[in-house]
Design a binder for this molecule. Sequence first.
Ligand code: NAP
Length: 270
Amino acid sequence: MSLNDPNLTDLAAAVVTGGSSGLGEAFIRLLRTLGTAVPVCNLSRRPCAEKTGANFKPPPHHVPCDLADPAALARAAGAVTGWLETVPAGPVLLVNNAGLGAFGRFPGDDPARQLAIIDVNVRAVVDLTGRLLPVLRARGGGILNVASVVAYQPTPYAATYGASKAFLLSWSLALREELRGSGLRVTACCPGTTATGFFDAAGLDRLPGAAMGAEEVARFALRAWARDRPHAVPGLPNRVLTWAGSCLPRTAAARVAGLVLRRRAGPALP
Ligand SMILES: NC(=O)c1ccc[n+]([C@@H]2O[C@H](COP(=O)([O-])OP(=O)(O)OC[C@H]3O[C@@H](n4cnc5c(N)ncnc54)[C@H](OP(=O)(O)O)[C@@H]3O)[C@@H](O)[C@H]2O)c1
């Protein structure tokens, strides 16, 4: 899937959250291969993985930030705005990618993680986007929000995570309408199972279903944004699943989603 789209190759800069691993790292790798290598600023607690930094000179700019901490986020947004002043004029892409999940019956043995999901997956996205929106309006470009297939129906055994992504999808579509005519593109990408450290971090020692590769998903997401898609689901099986989830009555969709996750995760589900 080619990324040779002027909406991507003409980017002057990109800001990616959660670029230290998984999908975020793949976004950065791809953005750095575009045109003259798009300068990228990464917001995460850890820096980008070594290979991303080593492969590209200069390495992505890193603003260390715990996105769950509102004061740290405010400082980081200031640092990002300052960094954007140092890169050439032109469109900027904000990729709201950082996120975490938790699997099992609510609240599980780590209730604080349930709140961290809301802080990072919801609060930080709204806060950071609001702070960077004036720059985006002035420079052009847009926003790519990384939601999930779980956004399309309630998701038992990942209740908080599913609801956080449902928020993100709904918010993204609404923001897109508000920004109609501004020249800014807003897309929600909704991946299914992707081979990253996400499930491990969420306490699930087995992937729930066949996984797509991180680079394949990131490539799909960038293309969807470049083509101004409101929301996009990578992979045909995932598209069938989300379509079915959207068609069923919500209570039935919740039941089916719970059964599917239980079956796919098996004994790995706490
Ligand atoms: N993998 C999947 O199957 C899948 C499917 C659908 C959607 N997604 C979504 O894709 C996005 C990326 O996840 P991934 O699969 O790439 O997982 P991942 O490898 O675990 O990466 C998560 C990223 O989020 C960052 N992050 C988490 N908490 C943070 C915090 N408090 N402050 C700053 N950064 C934080 C991490 O950076 P630090 O730890 O360095 O801070 C890391 O770079 C998430 O939004 C996830 O919900 C994933």
